[in-house]
Design a protein around this ligand. Structure first.
Ligand SMILES: [Mg+2]
Length: 169
C-alpha cells in the first residue's frame, strides 16, 4: 500500500504549488501525458498547458513527458510543447523514469512524477524513489482497459482515505 500512496493529490496540474516544489529542491518533473496534460489521445496542447510549462521552466525545473503511449502520439505532442519525452515507458516499470533522470542528471530525490493513474504513474514513481503527485483524470472517456483498472483504483483511494493517508483535492 505504501507504494500506491501519492505524496500529493490534486484536481489538476494547475493546482500544484510550483514555488514549493522549487523551494523543496526538486529539479525535474516527469509528466504523464494522457488525462494528465490533455484528454486521452487528444493531439493538441491547450494554451493553459503551454503557459503552465513556461512557469515550470521559469522555476528551474526540467520537464519531460514519460508516457506508456506509443511513438508518434507522444513525440508529436512533445514537439508541440517543446519538451523531451520517453514513450513506451512501460510504467510502473522504473526504466522510463530512470532514463529520464539520467538524461537530466538528477537523483530520485530531486524528481517529481505527476500522473492520473495509481497503478502506473504513482506506483512507478514511488518505486523509482521520486515524489509522486496524483491528479484527477481530465476526462472520463479513456481506453477501455483503463476503465476497468479505475474500479480497483477507486478502492485503493477509499482505503487510503479511511487510513488518513490521503489529502483529497
Ligand atoms: Mg494517464
Amino acid at each position: 500500500m505504501r507504494l500506491l500512496r501519492p505524496s500529493q493529490y490534486h484536481k489538476s496540474i494547475f493546482d500544484i504549488d510550483l514555488d514549493k516544489l522549487q523551494a523543496q529542491g526538486y529539479r525535474a518533473i516527469m509528466l504523464d501525458l494522457d488525462n494528465t496534460l490533455v484528454k486521452w489521445n487528444h493531439p493538441d496542447p491547450t494554451p493553459g498547458l503551454q503557459e503552465w510549462l513556461q512557469r515550470v521552466g521559469a522555476r528551474g525545473l526540467s520537464a519531460c513527458i514519460v508516457s506508456n503511449n506509443s511513438g508518434p502520439r507522444v513525440s508529436e505532442f512533445a514537439a508541440k510543447v517543446g519538451i523531451p519525452f520517453i514513450s513506451n515507458a512501460a510504467k510502473p516499470r522504473r526504466k522510463g523514469f530512470r532514463e529520464a533522470m539520467r538524461r537530466f542528471g538528477v537523483t530520485p530525490q530531486q524528481t517529481v512524477v505527476i500522473g492520473d493513474q495509481i497503478f502506473t504513474d504513482v506506483l512507478g514513481g514511488n518505486r523509482s524513489g521520486a515524489h509522486t503527485i496524483l491528479v484527477v483524470p481530465i476526462d472520463p472517456r479513456e481506453f477501455f482497459l483503463t476503465q476497468i483498472v479505475r474500479k480497483v483504483e477507486r478502492r485503493v483511494l477509499r482505503y487510503l482515505d479511511r487510513k488518513g493517508l490521503l489529502q483529497r483535492p
